[in-house]
Design a protein around this ligand. Structure first.
Ligand SMILES: Cc1ncc(COP(=O)(O)O)c(C=O)c1O
Length: 332
């Protein structure tokens, strides 16, 4: 999408074309240069605008989404916000199955955006009828004229980033990028962006970020789903307890896992040191970058792009609340 500096026809024309900003203080001690792709500049304040718009537009083109239709999705919040926004503009009904790990602010926000929200337990297996996957499937089956976005298993999720985020970064860095660091949830961002960039220059390293308590890193290394890896964690939108087909593991060179505490502290540090007010997974990406640097992944010539997935306003009662941080034992 090319940004129009004159009059835009709707807010949806402002999806994508997010800025790349040089990091100074937070990465000062690391070898190389570091740049953040700020996805909070999307109108829905996260990278999920890109996939939501691409999937809805494609469904319209294919004639699957008809007038008065209902959009159904499972979401940790951000995709829900994007879909709710798009539904308001385009006149669809939006029903969302949300994990109870999502912050109360996010849930209230979705309701304010006109969505019908079903809150489901996070710590049950995906095949459990109470899981948000199963709840969404059931709603889709029961609702006539409905479309299930299915971001974890929809190849259009990868395609959206392949067509937008990847080319944007290539252009913004004038092809100088050597490493890409990306949080992996559905895997759409890392797979689509990484695939595009590696097609331009196969030497670019795609570095994944996973959560302690998620199965992705182990699966990438062994090609086996090890449920012993699964444990509860706080970071929303990072890692998984299943293997999403929206992740192309071949594009990813390596994963690092980060802890809830380190990610929370780094998000707060990124705000303090760079003035960038971003979400919990941004802290995870910064923390993972530091872990990769400690593993000697970078040198003086490294040109590292970090994707910062969403805005900090959604985490005021979590990582940006001193009392929440204290309750978690994250503040010394
Ligand atoms: C805040 C946040 N960060 C990162 C991600 C991961 O992006 P992806 O699903 O493209 O892997 C998500 C996805 O749910 C998210 O909501």
């Amino acid at each position: 999408m090319t940004r129009n500096n004159g009059i835009n026809n709707s807010i949806l024309e402002l999806v994508g074309e997010t800025p790349l900003i040089k990091l100074h203080k937070i990465t000062k001690k690391l070898k190389g240069s570091y740049f953040a792709k700020i996805e909070a500049f999307n109108p829905g304040h996260s990278a999920k605008d890109r996939i939501a718009l691409h999937i809805v537009n494609t469904a319209e083109k294919k004639g699957i989404l008809k007038k008065g239709a209902t959009i159904v999705e499972t979401t940790s919040g951000n995709t829900g916000f994007s879909l709710a926004m798009i539904s308001l503009v385009k006149g669809y009904k939006c029903i969302l199955a949300v994990s109870d790990k999502s912050s109360q602010d996010k849930i209230e926000l979705l309701k304010t955006m006109g969505a019908e929200v079903h809150v489901c337990p996070a710590n049950v297996p995906p095949e459990d009828p109470r899981s948000y996957y199963e709840v969404a499937k059931t709603i889709h089956k029961k609702t006539k004229n409905s479309v299930y976005i299915n971001q974890y298993f929809n190849e259009l999720n990868i395609e959206a980033h392949y067509r937008t985020t990847g080319p944007e970064i290539w252009k913004q860095t004038e092809g100088k990028i050597t490493h890409l660091v990306v949080a992996s949830g559905t895997g759409g961002t890392i797979s689509g962006t990484g695939k595009y960039l590696k097609e331009q220059n196969p030497n670019i390293k795609v570095l994944g970020v996973d959560a302690i308590g998620s199965v992705l890193k182990k699966y990438h290394e062994t090609k086996e789903l090890d449920l012993n890896e699964v444990s509860p964690y706080k970071i929303e939108g990072l890692g998984k307890n299943l293997i999403p087909t929206a992740t192309d593991f071949d594009v990813i060179d390596v994963y690092e896992k980060v802890s809830d505490k380190d990610a929370a502290i780094q998000a707060r540090e990124t705000l303090k040191k760079e003035g960038l007010f971003c979400g919990y997974t941004t802290g995870a990406v910064v923390q993972a970058t530091k872990q990769y640097a400690a593993l000697d992944m970078f040198d003086e010539n490294s040109f590292v792009v970090l994707i910062f997935p969403d805005h900090g306003s959604r985490y005021l009662n979590k990582i940006y609340s001193n009392s929440w941080m204290q309750e978690q034992g994250f503040l010394e």
